[in-house]
Design a protein around this ligand. Structure first.
Ligand code: DC
Length: 226
């Protein structure tokens, strides 16, 4: 069965630091598809919740908040993110919002509200979506499903370099410990734990140049498009 590339859905899953964002953005750019950064939606909702003085454990209220919240994306790198029309691209990348997004993402009402919104965007097609439940929950019927993976050491090394490049001080051992904690939280959470979908392609990104990983994914996509 082959498909028009402008309608294709490619879902990219995997643990923190496996390179999901870098690879997804490169693919979306090269193939002229849209890029859905599902994590940015958790971040934007976390920002709105904190502005409304909702605590991160108020799952029910935060899920409800999504009913009258618009989260939209622009094009560019970094991809602009709009919360109810306001450009919040940099406001959602602070350590406080990273923490808050992680905390709110554990609550089922929040996940339900965001997954429903994400599925509407995916239904349009022509999209590369990225996130920790992309292949298992948001788009289990995606045309191409990829689980990107790399060792803990490799992912920590990559994150440390990213912090360096942004001029932010970081310590390799601390970064490694944070990733390990996040892995544990992602794998053991009750709602949508990080798992490999049975028919996902497992792609190793450790020590592999980004261009080669992107190339590999393009081959997988080529196999399903006409
Ligand atoms: O990928 P990120 O760091 O921008 O994601 C922010 C938070 O949102 C992260 O702690 C995990 C959560 N998240 C999620 O639970 N499911 C997704 N599909 C994407 C992100």
């Amino acid at each position: 069965m082959s498909k028009d590339i402008s309608k294709i859905v490619v879902a990219i899953d995997g643990p923190a630091g496996a390179g999901k964002s870098t690879v997804s953005k490169a693919l979306a750019r090269d193939l002229q598809l849209s890029y859905l950064d599902t994590g940015a939606m958790y971040r934007a909702l976390a920002l709105k919740a904190s502005r409304e003085n909702l605590r991160s454990d108020a799952g029910e209220e935060i899920g409800k908040l999504m009913e009258n919240t618009e989260i939209t994306f622009g094009t560019g790198d970094p991809q602009p993110v709009f919360l109810d029309g306001e450009d919040v691209t940099s406001l959602i990348r602070t350590p406080e919002i990273s923490e808050a997004a992680s905390a709110i993402s554990a609550h089922t009402p929040v996940r339900k509200a965001l997954v429903a919104r994400q599925q509407k965007l995916v239904a349009i097609g022509g999209v590369i979506l990225e996130g920790r439940d992309a292949t298992t929950v948001i788009a289990p019927n995606a045309d191409v499903k990829v689980f990107l993976t790399a060792s803990l050491e490799e992912r920590a090394k990559r994150r440390t370099i990213e912090f360096d490049q942004k001029g932010q001080a970081s310590d390799f051992r601390e970064v490694r410990q944070q990733i390990q904690l996040r892995d544990h939280r992602d794998i053991t959470r009750d709602d949508s734990p990080l798992t490999v979908a049975p028919d996902a392609h497992i792609v190793e990104s450790g020590g592999v140049p980004v261009e080669l990983v992107v190339q590999k994914l393009k081959e997988l996509i080529n196999n399903v498009v006409n």
